[in-house]
Design a binder for this molecule. Structure first.
Ligand SMILES: Cc1cc2nc3c(=O)[nH]c(=O)nc-3n(C[C@H](O)[C@H](O)[C@H](O)COP(=O)(O)O)c2cc1C
Length: 188
């Protein structure tokens, strides 16, 4: 089984990318984790450019999602919403709707922000977008507020409750993915 992690932040020291790494450490040993790090290469969505095959960075992302059994998103909140780069990539991946690799794909959303609420608005919007695309969005969440104080030097969450919640998200995602063979998820 393979889980793809997509961070909505491009920042080298991103709290959301750290959150994905912390999640990866909680996966059972037999589960492979791939951290997506090429969001910046995805061009601005332009329907005139949305032909087959699409831009190389888009095709790479489509393939990575298709090959994964499930996707874990960690998103910051920018002005109470999803970062533009992440929404842009999802707009590409959503088309054409019937063959989007996100259709029926088990996905979960977590988030971190330096504000008090842990990107809850952005997370909610991201779940809405993913559901619109047709992904199987799990009803789980982790909201890491004051994220600049929540990771130790090794990138581990210092708050035991958040650590446990992240473990529950990971377990739920693995459980859901185990029920849906990846080839069925792509065609269902
Ligand atoms: C353009 C911009 C808008 C932001 N808007 C919000 C916001 O609405 N709510 C919030 O909690 N934090 C907001 N922040 C702060 C981010 O939560 C903080 O920069 C966070 O660390 C970004 O995630 P990252 O560490 O994964 O890059 C904003 C930051 C930026 C750069």
């Amino acid at each position: 089984m393979k889980i793809l992690g997509i961070s909505g932040s491009l920042r080298a020291d991103s709290h959301n990318t750290k959150l994905l790494r912390a999640a990866a450490e909680l996966l059972p040993g037999e589960v492979e984790f791939e951290q997506w790090s090429d969001l910046k290469a995805v061009p601005p969505y332009d329907e005139d450019d949305d032909v087959q095959p699409g831009p190389a960075a888009v095709e790479k992302l489509r393939a990575a999602i298709a090959e994964a059994d499930a996707v874990l998103f960690a998103t910051p909140e920018y002005n109470a919403s999803i970062p533009g780069v992440l929404k842009n990539a999802l707009d590409w991946v959503s088309r054409p709707p019937k063959s989007s690799p996100l259709r029926n794909k088990p996905v979960a959303v977590v988030g971190a922000s330096t504000g008090a609420f842990g990107a809850v608005w952005s997370q909610a919007e991201l779940r809405k977008v993913l559901a619109t695309i047709g992904a199987r969005v799990l009803d789980v969440d982790v909201a890491v507020g004051h994220a600049d104080t929540q990771f130790d030097a090794d990138g581990h969450l210092v708050d035991e409750q958040l650590h446990e919640q992240l473990g529950e998200v990971v377990a739920a995602l693995v459980g859901e993915a185990a029920q849906i063979p990846v080839e069925l998820a792509a065609t269902a």
